[in-house]
Design a protein around this ligand. Sequence first.
Ligand code: UDP
Ligand code: MG
Length: 312
Amino acid sequence: MISVVVPVHNEERSVALLYDELRSALEPLEMQWETIFVDDGSTDGTFAALTRLHSSTDNVRVVRLRRNFGKAAALRAGFDQARGETVVTIDGDLQDDPAEIPRLLAKLEEGFDLVSGWKTRRRDPLTRRVLSRIFNRVTGAFSGVHLHDMNCGLKAYRAEVVHGLRLYGELHRFIPVLAHYRGFRIAELPVNHRPREHGRSRYGVERYLRGFLDLLTVSFIGRYRHRPLHLFGGLGLILGAFGTAILVYLTVLKILGNAIGHRPLLLLGVLLVVIGMQFFSLGLISEMITSHHEERAGERDRAELLVDEVLS
Ligand code: UDP
Ligand code: MG
């Protein structure tokens, strides 16, 4: 079964059209499929349109959020409802083309866990395209996951990938990174993209700025969550070592009879040693929190999340 998850915020004119396109794309596959629309606090007639769709079809489910929580939260609510072993996400504004879904699914079959669309000819304003390019480059450099179009709304997943995702804030932009850190195989596939015809985009430059802070969170959690001492302790040791070297050098000078009290270098040496110690203890504390946390979470969910398959 395929679950198609569609986050929508004020897309009253698009949802029914989208459903028709989904049906034309998915029916020929002769597989069971369902659509889960998540109404992310729309203030127009979106929910009414969805209610109509729900009663006139047999495979539409609708989740209505209490208010506008953002795309990440909407996706998460949709994933919670998804029953298929394959999950597809698509934007509700008709910019993504449902006709591409069969190709994404075929790619998934080749042995990937996540196939992300890549809008090669993107129908958005120029500033938008430039910013997004920078965003993808920076994210690639930070995370080691090099995709041309990290944030494409059209993606296909094996269900395991989405069920472990804890999306909030702007984290939906980094789904491939989060999946990569959990060891899933990721592929990218060029897809068709269309201009927006109804409604308007909620995009703004400040989203990218916030997105960058989220990137730091994501890379930190992905790499150091289970070994914070490697980051803080490492940094602490390096700074402390520099500071110590400076102080040793100054001590030698002092022993040889030079005055060192007026030297800025002395201040720097002391500062580096103190900061180094602070980083190191921060690392130890984080390590204690982590190990405490893992002991408790341990049996519950860690192990099964790491296992790909078991032959027995
Ligand atoms: N969306 C949402 N909650 C929001 C903003 C957007 O569910 O707070 C949905 C929106 O209805 C659309 C998808 O997320 O289906 C992508 O949004 P948008 O088109 O505004 O973003 P863009 O394509 O311009 O990046
Ligand atoms: Mg859009």
